[in-house]
Design a protein around this ligand. Structure first.
Ligand SMILES: Nc1ncnc2c1ncn2[C@@H]1O[C@H](COP(=O)(O)OP(=O)(O)OP(=O)(O)O)[C@@H](O)[C@H]1O
Ligand SMILES: [Mg+2]
Length: 244
């Protein structure tokens, strides 16, 4: 992203949301985006995913400008994300029409198990809890095997145990299959446990305030000295961001 700015028009008034965002993400990198509510994190993901166009600046992937959504890159939205007219199995299998029937069934079974929705394969989203819907969204995104995953607070509605399990699963998948992941979270521990780099945004209009490199190999020992140092460092950076 080079000099990316975004200004929305709301009832004739311009609302600046992102201000001169510059960020280079490497292939296979895990980036966490944090920042105060309403600062522009979801907007930034929507821009990267091609669902919105920036007011100014450019976004390129492998040297190619982003023009619109692309099946090689999947965005898991903060809200709205599952197709209500499809069952759990139908949602996970949605992007898999190119596979043979047997391969598709196998992939669906794998991801249903991964997100622990066994027994709900034929259930419609209206009969799932909020957390189950979130897990379904993540499964659907992973099942199509994208190069880049944009995840907007994907575990926000989960209880803390399920959240820990999903975090571990995401790390396992990321390590095994090496995707590029851009992950929005409000959870500092989540950021320090997952990210290669944590990008701290200021309040709206968001600028990049800090980028913190988490130089701890996985699996991370969350009581190690280095972990606690980095966590404190991030907290103080965010504390400042939140009070400005
Ligand atoms: N389509 C739109 N038109 C006008 N304003 C918008 C639009 N989308 C978002 N905004 C405004 O842009 C700002 C940033 O919104 P955004 O959803 O990106 O924030 P966020 O950082 O994801 O917040 P949260 O942490 O609460 O999810 C908000 O003030 C919001 O009202
Ligand atoms: Mg958001």
């Amino acid at each position: 992203m080079e000099h990316v700015s975004m200004v929305f028009d709301r009832d004739g008034k311009s609302v600046p949301v992102l201000d001169d965002i510059n960020l280079d993400v490497s292939e296979e990198e895990f980036i966490c985006l944090v920042g105060p509510s309403g600062c522009g994190k979801s907007t930034l993901l929507n821009l990267m995913g091609g669902f919105l166009s920036p007011t100014s600046g450019s976004i390129t992937i492998d040297g190619e400008a982003v023009h619109g959504p692309d099946p090689r890159r999947i965005l898991v939205f903060q809200e709205r994300g599952v197709f209500p007219w499809l069952t759990v199995a139908g949602n996970i299998g949605f992007g898999l029409s190119k596979l043979s029937r047997a391969e598709r069934e196998e992939r669906i079974t794998h991801y249903v198990q991964l997100v622990r929705l066994q027994g709900f394969e034929q259930t419609y989203p209206s009969d799932l809890s909020g957390g189950m819907k979130q897990r379904l969204q993540v499964a659907r995104a992973l099942a199509v095997n994208p190069d880049i995953l944009y995840l907007d607070e994907p575990f926000g509605a989960l209880d803390s145990v399920t959240r820990l399990i999903m975090r571990g699963e995401l790390l396992r998948i990321w390590q095994a299959e090496r995707r590029t992941i851009i992950f929005v979270t409000h959870d500092i521990d989540e950021a320090v446990q997952l990210a290669d780099r944590v990008v701290v945004l200021s309040s709206r209009p968001a600028k990049i305030e800090n980028i913190l490199t988490i130089d701890i190999p996985h699996p991370r020992n969350i009581s190690s000295r280095r972990y606690l140092e980095l966590r404190d460092d991030l907290l103080s950076k965010i504390g400042l961001a939140y009070t400005v």
